[in-house]
Design a protein around this ligand. Structure first.
Ligand SMILES: Cc1cc2nc3c(=O)[nH]c(=O)nc-3n(C[C@H](O)[C@H](O)[C@H](O)COP(=O)(O)O)c2cc1C
Length: 208
């Protein structure tokens, strides 16, 4: 086995993060710009954090091209709210476009050919082409520094969930109807249509 220290270049550590943490779910985060236009960007450093209160978290890095905070961060610091939308086989290509580095205030919904839907609780818009939306209020921003490639962990409390009825069966989300897409290393994206099942052993079964 080869071993590596982590005190070198940002990009060396980054390669190990994106190559090891697989497959990664993708949060498509919608926020409002100062002029009222909409910002949309995907983040695959994304996870569920707590069921009650319902908390999710994602991690935007300091932009390596400019050394600045990403627009999503600037908007969340000011507005304290955002919406998390999801990537599916049907919307993946347009969401990839939404990751383009546009000047602040240029609307990524418009740029990517995507459609806004009003939210019920927060100002940020929902993405019509996503079958699930989480309206979130900011809980925490943990910052690990301000140099290019450094991350922040942003958590939000989900104050409203919207799910397309077609995805629902007795309150559960049907993966085969949802057709989520994940992120891999480099330019890889991952379909979720090749799964297998395993039952978990319960305590009683172990004690037999
Ligand atoms: C699928 C995908 C996942 C991404 N995940 C992240 C991520 O976890 N963290 C990050 O900082 N950038 C990530 N990016 C890059 C951002 O989407 C990109 O920097 C975007 O321009 C940020 O937009 P903003 O400035 O409007 O916030 C990802 C891009 C793609 C296509």
């Amino acid at each position: 086995m080869k071993s590596f220290n982590t005190d070198g270049e940002f990009k060396d550590n980054y390669k190990f993060l994106i190559g090891s943490i697989l497959p990664r779910p993708i949060a498509v985060v919608s926020t409002v710009n100062t002029d009222g236009s909409n910002n949309l960007a995907p983040f695959s450093f994304f996870t569920g954090v707590s069921a009650k209160p319902m908390i999710v978290g994602f991690s935007p890095l300091i932009r390596t091209s400019t050394g600045e905070k990403k627009d999503t961060v600037v908007n969340i610091e000011r507005e304290k709210e955002f919406v998390i939308n999801f990537v599916t086989e049907a919307n993946a290509e347009k969401i990839n476009l939404a990751s383009t580095e546009l000047p602040y205030g240029e609307d990524e919904f418009v740029f990517s050919g995507l459609t806004t839907l009003d939210s019920e609780v927060v100002k940020a818009k929902r993405l019509k082409e996503s079958p699930i939306h989480f309206e979130c209020r900011l809980r925490d921003i943990l910052s690990y520094g301000d140099i290019p490639g450094t991350g922040r962990f942003i958590t939000g409390e989900v104050v409203k969930i919207h799910v397309d009825e077609k995805l629902l069966d007795s309150g559960r989300i049907l993966t085969d109807v949802f057709k989520p897409v994940g992120r891999g290393a480099g330019n890889d994206w991952i379909h979720c249509d090749h799964r297998f099942q395993m039952e978990r052993l319960m305590k009683a079964q172990i004690q037999k």
